[in-house]
Design a protein around this ligand. Structure first.
Ligand SMILES: [Zn+2]
Length: 225
């Protein structure tokens, strides 16, 4: 299925802010690339989301209360733009600490409040930790194609589950087809993620995603809920 990128107000605002903030390069992906998510079919885009990189990105994270540690991430074959290591986002901790690109962490931090509201509304408790399978992986997509995954640039996160303040843990593996409230929560999270990220892949997408929700900030657009 082919969908064109629908620029949200959020991204439009971010772009305006960044243009006003100075000389940082906003990645303007004006031509179609061969980058995609870690699985699923490609979707087409007109313009992808733009995020700050470098010191500007780290400053924006600091303004959101997110402290990052130095991380020598990436490889020669798979370099990362502004690699960072973060024990926690603006709302919840990462389990384990997240090693990713600054842009991806910035995008995630913009999603956390909504994630937290969804958990409180459906499960009655805030999120205190996000379990994940990582962001960086120098590899091609899992659909067997030769296209590099967004994980090769650490512009994706594979979310495995959530730990709530009341001690409950909800995993994608057990919850996606599990208890009714967990099913509802995980689907609501995925639907909300589709408004914030480029590609969202879930257990509904393919067998590679039976135990996690993939979100990325790449050039393609797909909501695999
Ligand atoms: Zn993934």
């Amino acid at each position: 299925m082919f969908l064109f990128w629908a620029e949200t107000d959020k991204y439009a605002k971010q772009r305006r802010v960044k243009l006003a903030m100075g000389p940082w390069v906003i990645v303007a992906l004006a031509t179609l690339t061969l980058l995609g998510g870690c699985g699923g079919s490609r979707s087409q885009r007109a313009t992808g989301p733009a995020f700050a990189t470098g010191p500007a990105c780290v400053r924006l994270l600091a303004e959101r209360g997110i402290a990052v540690q130095p991380w020598q991430g990436g490889t020669r074959a798979c370099p990362i733009d502004t690699p960072v290591r973060a024990p926690r986002g603006s709302v919840a901790a990462f389990a384990p600490p997240l090693e990713t690109s600054c842009s991806m962490l910035l995008a995630w931090s913009g999603f956390e409040a909504q994630l937290d509201r969804t958990a409180r509304a459906i499960l009655g408790s805030p999120v205190v930790a996000v379990r994940h399978y990582g962001s960086f992986g120098c590899r091609n997509m899992t659909d067997g194609s030769s296209r590099p995954s967004l994980h090769a640039q650490a512009r994706a996160i594979d979310v495995a589950g959530f730990v709530l303040a009341n001690g409950r843990t909800v995993t994608v593996l057990a919850g996606w087809y599990g208890r009714p409230d967990e099913r509802r929560f995980l689907r609501a999270v995925a639907v909300a993620a589709c408004q914030k990220f480029s590609v969202v892949l879930t257990p509904n997408s393919d067998r590679y995603h039976r135990d996690h929700i993939h979100v990325d900030i790449g050039p393609w657009r797909k909501c695999g809920v």
